[in-house]
Design a protein around this ligand. Structure first.
Ligand code: ARG
Length: 488
């Protein structure tokens, strides 16, 4: 009989995930063959393999604070309905709080025979307080219980995610401010296109993260509805005050169809989609930083604390955090596909397939929480090599579009201007002379001497004043706006 030794919440999961063999599970969870919740109908004990196949306690144990909060609110409503006495309620409440503390301290023995967190807690409560514990499951099913627990879990996770997204935005914003006027080439097709600034480039990610955050805040509205009272699928003949339960648990409302309430997992799919997309954004950021840190670009360097060396090549400083973030995006996408696939063919209402919702959910949330945290730290300590950025931006070809725009302002239709500048670029390559040094007037009289004045990066950036364009003024204004918005 092994107790959980470590009170750190991830420890059980980590151990089991590192070595998901039955023996690893066995040393974490004790076996009690007498513990069964449905003795009445059955004459045979559940086969060991079925128990191992069907248990969810090895991962759903982490729902325990929510399961206990739900049970206390449910019990309080039972008092109002005359099912429990005040004294019985007091026993249930203190019993559940004790169990909560014991789990948190690593002093709780989970049983695989009791399948999941709901039955583990309920059985232990009855073991500790006797008869009153056996009344707790009145007018409730594990089906509305698990839906309640996961909604409460999602709500807490969303709040954490929203806050960590802000932290990452602030880290990006800090660097955008420091390098608001550091010019770099902007790329399309990974070919140099037009000049932008490091500030403008980083602010693009602040925008993406803001939308991810908004999606989560919006999803929270649909998450924060109480399914408790929906029972197994058709409510109960014993009416508990669902509104009061919902209020106690901080829900905004109660669900309005019991069948939908216990079988719906779209709030999970929605969160997994948002996290997949957020992972996609972080992955693009990672890829940009990987390029920037390469010798070929040389635009940025990450701190020693946020990079790793090679066991063989002494010179290496590798952007592993970026690569891991890019790599972990695969599991975020996989988790979304897993939940969508799990729910797609299920007849109403509950089917055990729904137990497969939790591992993808926990995994995506754990993955993104950590990615946000480590990326915020890494970005705050990143430095930009302004001189290298400037050298890369001094290529006059970056201003070929500006030259065409100059012709347009002289009255040349854009298509003609595009062709003329194209010829100038071809000449520049043919003569092996930078674009700003070839005699443009030889290409076409439409180019006048003053055309050459466009080959100035400062003027070129300053001219990009339209909303959303990268003039330094604009970038500074955006930084100011974001600073006032984030966490306000
Ligand atoms: N562990 C189960 C799950 O996650 C709880 C609900 C079980 N309900 C049932 N009818 N077997 O889905």
């Amino acid at each position: 009989m092994a107790k959980l030794k470590d009170s750190h919440h991830l420890s059980i999961l980590e151990l089991y995930e590192k070595n998901p063999s039955p023996s690893a599970l066995e040393c974490l969870i004790y076996h009690d063959k007498t513990a069964r919740m449905w003795k009445g109908r059955f004459s045979q004990a559940t086969a060991d393999l079925v128990q191992k196949y069907g248990e969810s306690i090895s991962y759903d144990w982490r729902l325990y604070p929510h399961d206990i909060a739900g049970s206390i609110a449910h019990a309080r409503a039972q008092v109002k309905a005359g099912i429990l006495t005040d004294d019985e309620f007091a026993q249930i409440e203190s019993g559940l709080i004790e169990i909560k503390n014991d789990i948190a301290d690593g002093n709780f023995e989970f049983s695989i025979e009791l399948e999941d967190i709901h039955m583990n807690i309920e059985a232990e409560l009855t073991k500790r307080i006797g008869a009153a514990g056996a009344k707790l499951h009145t007018a409730r099913s594990r089906n509305d219980q698990v839906a309640t627990d996961t909604r409460l879990y999602c709500r807490t996770a969303i709040d954490q995610l929203v806050s960590l997204i802000s932290d990452l935005q602030l880290a990006l914003l800090g660097q955008a401010e420091t390098y608001a006027d550091a010019v770099i080439p902007g790329y399309t097709h990974l070919q140099r296109g037009q000049p932008v600034t490091v500030g403008h480039h980083l602010l693009a990610y602040v925008e993406m993260l803001a939308r991810d955050q908004q999606r989560l805040i919006d999803a929270r509205k649909r998450v924060n509805i109480s399914p408790l009272g929906s029972g197994a699928l058709a409510g109960s003949t014993i009416n508990l005050d669902r509104e009061a339960i919902a209020q106690e648990l901080g829900f905004d409302a109660v669900t309005t169809n019991s069948m939908d309430a216990i079988s719906d997992r779209d709030y999970i799919a929605e969160i997994l989609f948002t996290l997949a997309l957020c992972g996609g954004h972080l992955s693009r950021l990672s890829e940009d930083l990987i390029l920037w840190c390469s010798s070929e670009f040389g635009f940025a360097s990450l701190s020693d604390a946020h990079t790793t060396g090679s066991s063989l090549m002494p010179q290496k400083k590798n952007p592993d955090v970026c690569e891991l973030t890019r790599g972990k995006t695969g599991r975020l996408y996989g988790n979304l596909v897993a939940i969508l696939t799990a729910i797609k063919g299920l007849p109403l209402t509950y089917n055990r397939d729904l137990q497969e919702d939790k591992e993808p959910l926990f995994d995506s949330i754990d993955t993104i929480l950590m990615a946000l945290e480590v990326n915020a730290e890494m970005i705050s300590s990143m430095s930009i090599n302004v001189e290298t950025c400037k050298a890369a931006s001094s290529d006059p070809l970056l201003l070929a579009t500006d030259l065409a725009d100059w012709l347009v302002k002289e009255g040349v239709p854009f298509r003609d201007a595009h062709e003329l500048v194209g010829k100038a670029v071809a000449a520049s390559y043919a003569e092996n002379t930078p674009l700003d040094q070839i005699d443009l007037t030889k290409i076409d009289p439409a180019f006048k001497k003053e055309a050459a004045k466009i080959f100035d990066l400062t003027t070129a950036l300053a001219a990009r004043t339209n909303p959303g364009a990268p003039s330094i003024e604009n970038v500074k204004e955006q930084i100011h706006r974001w600073k006032a918005t984030i966490r306000s």
